[in-house]
Design a protein around this ligand. Structure first.
Ligand code: ATP
Ligand code: MG
Length: 449
């Protein structure tokens, strides 16, 4: 009991919120989001647009998705809309579907210490295991993560409601956690990843206690289920700001809790660092160009470095290259699965991308057509270009495949004929342009055979 009281008083700014309102029309909000608010209000409930959509709209950026907060319970929300579905276990939310757009509707949350045992549950480390305590708008505001994410907007009256001084933080471009940083990170360590993502994406400066506590508490991420961390990795990498996010993740010591095998390899190798940076730069570029980015490619790239390192280690210990490749693939994937899930629909193509690297490099005359028609050729080809861009010397293999896939059949036949005479020469030992000892881990030499 005493502990619970102390908890309450220890987080005074978590239990009290003062409201300021601002009349202002906001642009770029979803018509469907506005419709959800209007219908909930007509049914007699409170309803506001909230979170990233209001933050982004105030910053003049286009919001990614639209969230609505209401005092209606999930069951009450479902009754108002025909196309609504209750989802979620940890947090019950309602998805209201309009064609391809989904508006996420959440019921105002209360402080977890106000709930009965069944509605809120906290582990010994402070991790919130369940959090379905309902409350009012002011308690909802202080349960949110950052002040800039806790602004509510009523589209009917064009009024902004600010309980946490979020508007001031938007204006001064500051990312500030709501309440006591340590407590909030312990409740949900994913907030640390969100801090890294928003700092990078918004280019905001991070308020001292919001940032300072992340590195010391980073290991709390190890308590998060791997399926949730997989989803978070996708958000981090697909935000369009993966390059800046990689930097903040490293700065806050978070990367090693997502990719434990990768961090030590990039720490002491400029080549490896460049490789991972290029993965992020390429991903950001593809997103800007509205091109598809598959998680399989991202995971293939991040885990490529530990794969090469493990293969090199096994070969050095006397294992045959073919066996070493299989064993390294298995152990690198199992190590990664201790941190993030990799659903089969992504891990299979990831293995294909790795597997095809060797074939792309060897260019065996009998196999090149088969490789070209492989379902994953395009991803594997992009991957080899990435390796060359990062400085790996692969005898212009990428360029050869660029020409081969775009040319006509006659020229393709000529290229295959030319390979037949070239083959012995191409199989001589390859050289890297970055010959630092610590880089040798990533080398993809003929030992791949
Ligand atoms: P994005 O642009 O990535 O969608 P967002 O801020 O909208 O950013 P969402 O994941 O869509 O992020 O979440 C919507 C809102 O829900 C957030 O703005 C925040 O108010 C709240 N929220 C989300 N995750 C958490 C969390 N782990 N802890 C507290 N509040 C959260
Ligand atoms: Mg959002």
């Amino acid at each position: 009991m005493l502990k619970r009281l102390l908890n309450l008083f220890g987080s005074t700014n978590l239990t009290r919120a003062t409201l300021s309102t601002h009349k202002m029309p906001l642009k770029g909000l979803s018509h469907n989001g506005i419709k959800v608010c209007s219908e909930l209000q007509s049914a007699g409930y409170e309803a506001y647009m909230v979170g990233g959509c209001i933050r982004d709209s105030l910053l003049g950026q286009s919001p990614k998705d639209f969230d609505v907060a209401t005092n209606a319970t999930p069951e009450q929300v479902r009754k108002v809309f025909r196309n609504a579905r209750i989802i979620g276990r940890r947090f019950k939310i309602v998805h209201v579907r309009f064609g391809r757009e989904v508006i996420e509707v959440t019921t105002f949350r209360g402080h977890h210490s106000q709930g009965k045992n069944k509605e809120a549950q906290q582990s010994e480390e402070g991790l919130l295991l369940r959090d379905n305590v309902y409350g009012d708008i002011s308690s909802d505001a202080i349960r949110r993560d950052f002040t800039v994410n806790a602004l509510y907007y009523d589209p009917m009256t064009e009024t902004l409601l600010d309980f946490t001084n979020g508007l001031k933080d938007i204006q001064s471009r500051t990312l500030r956690i709501i309440g006591n940083a340590e407590e909030r990170y312990r409740e949900d360590p994913v907030r640390m990843l969100r801090a890294a993502r928003f700092a990078a994406k918004l280019g905001f400066s991070v308020e001292a206690s919001t940032g300072d506590l992340v590195a010391p508490l980073a290991e709390l991420l190890d308590n998060i289920p791997s399926a949730r961390l997989f989803e978070e990795v996708l958000k981090l990498m697909l935000s369009g700001c993966a390059t800046a996010t990689l930097e903040t993740l490293r700065q806050y010591n978070l990367l090693k809790h997502l990719f434990p095998g990768v961090e030590p390899l990039i720490d002491n190798s400029p080549f490896n660092q460049r490789f991972i940076e290029l993965v992020c730069i390429n991903t950001d570029k593809r997103i800007r160009q509205n091109k598809r980015v598959t998680p399989a490619f991202i995971f293939a790239a991040f885990l490529w470095l530990p794969l090469q390192a493990e293969m090199a280690r096994l070969i050095k210990s006397g294992m045959k290259p073919g066996e070493a490749k299989n064993a390294a693939t298995g152990s690198v994937i199992s190590q990664q699965l201790t941190r993030t899930a990799i659903p089969k629909r992504f891990s299979m193509p990831m293995r294909d991308i790795w597997y095809l690297q060797h074939g792309l490099e060897r260019k065996q005359p009998k196999r090149v057509i088969e490789i070209l028609s492989h379902q994953r050729f395009r991803a594997a080809y992009d991957f080899i270009l990435l390796r060359e861009d990062a400085g790996e010397e692969l005898s212009q293999t990428g360029q050869w495949w660029t020409e081969f896939q775009h040319t006509n059949e006659t020229r393709q036949d000529e290229m295959i004929e030319a390979l037949k005479t070239e083959t012995p020469r191409r199989h001589r030992k390859r050289r890297r342009t970055t010959p630092k000892a610590s880089d040798t881990d990533t080398r993809n030499t003929d030992s791949n055979e």
